[in-house]
Design a protein around this ligand. Structure first.
Ligand code: SF4
Ligand code: SF4
Length: 248
């Protein structure tokens, strides 16, 4: 089965096959601990839009990281059933390797910087995420790089900026994490389980914005750890400020 058909049928419509012989040195340098020389292709996949969520609901993996567990099983089945006799190595999701996913996504043309702090895709907008990366000795046909420009360049009104109640976003600077997190952890926050700025972006919104259940799942995953980190950081900063103001 065609690799795009296989991964698409499992909720990952974005598939990039990269010929390792053409991978730029700024990317190979970031993967110096990965045995690239033993393989021919790097395959990157991502979910985009709403197609992944119903598939997960049908067979929700009993695991601490169900989306990663599902992704690994989809990748392994592809390798076992369609790359018979070839060597393959999972790079993501696994603890074994640190992979520059964002940079790879930028290289293949899937992702451009956006004011919201997550990459934006020309079709899927802000509604996509990397799911697997693996190496293979199979000489799969490389995919073409998506050369379309960032949708943000032609977005005149930039509704994401005005939708952010914490005023944490601006067109030409990275997201300000402190005001964003202060707002997210506030009582009855309008951003406790969603990012209003992300939801206001018109790119791909009608066709690809996740259903609310999926948005809430992704936004609440790991939120308690983030909240604890942010509160500790704030407490440390307050202590530092008090110490600085104390007379000798
Ligand atoms: S609303 Fe416009 S500027 Fe903001 S992320 Fe979407 S396309 Fe980019
Ligand atoms: S989560 Fe809320 S506060 Fe943070 S960037 Fe999004 S809209 Fe702004």
């Amino acid at each position: 089965m065609n690799i795009h058909t296989y991964f698409g049928s499992h909720g990952f419509p974005l598939v990039a096959v990269i010929d390792l012989a053409t991978l730029p040195t700024h990317l190979t340098a970031l993967m110096h601990a990965v045995p690239l020389a033993q393989y021919k292709r790097l395959v990157l996949t991502a979910h985009g839009g709403r197609s992944l969520w119903p598939k997960l609901q049908v067979n929700w993996p009993e695991s601490k990281d169900p989306v990663d567990t599902y992704s690994r099983s989809v990748m392994r089945r592809y390798v076992e059933e369609h790359l018979i006799g070839e060597e393959s190595l999972l790079l993501y999701p696994t603890q074994d390797y640190l992979i520059p996913l964002q940079q790879l996504g930028t290289y293949v043309g899937w992702s451009h910087p956006s004011p919201v702090g997550v990459g934006i895709h020309a079709d899927y907008g802000l509604w996509f995420a990397y799911r697997t990366a693996f190496l293979t000795t199979a000489e799969l046909t490389p995919t073409e790089i998506d050369l379309r420009p960032s949708p943000c360049l032609s977005c005149v009104d930039k509704p994401c900026l005005t939708a952010c109640p914490a005023k944490a976003l601006s067109a030409n600077a990275p997201i300000q994490l402190d005001p964003c997190l202060n707002h997210r952890i506030a009582e009855e926050s309008s951003c406790a389980d969603r990012c209003l700025a992300r939801m206001a972006c018109p790119i791909g919104r009608d066709a690809y914005q996740y259903d609310l259940a999926q948005i809430q799942y992704h936004y609440t995953q790991g939120f308690e750890a983030l909240k604890t980190w942010h509160l500790r950081k704030k407490a440390a900063q307050t202590q530092l400020d008090e110490d600085r103001g104390r007379p000798f």
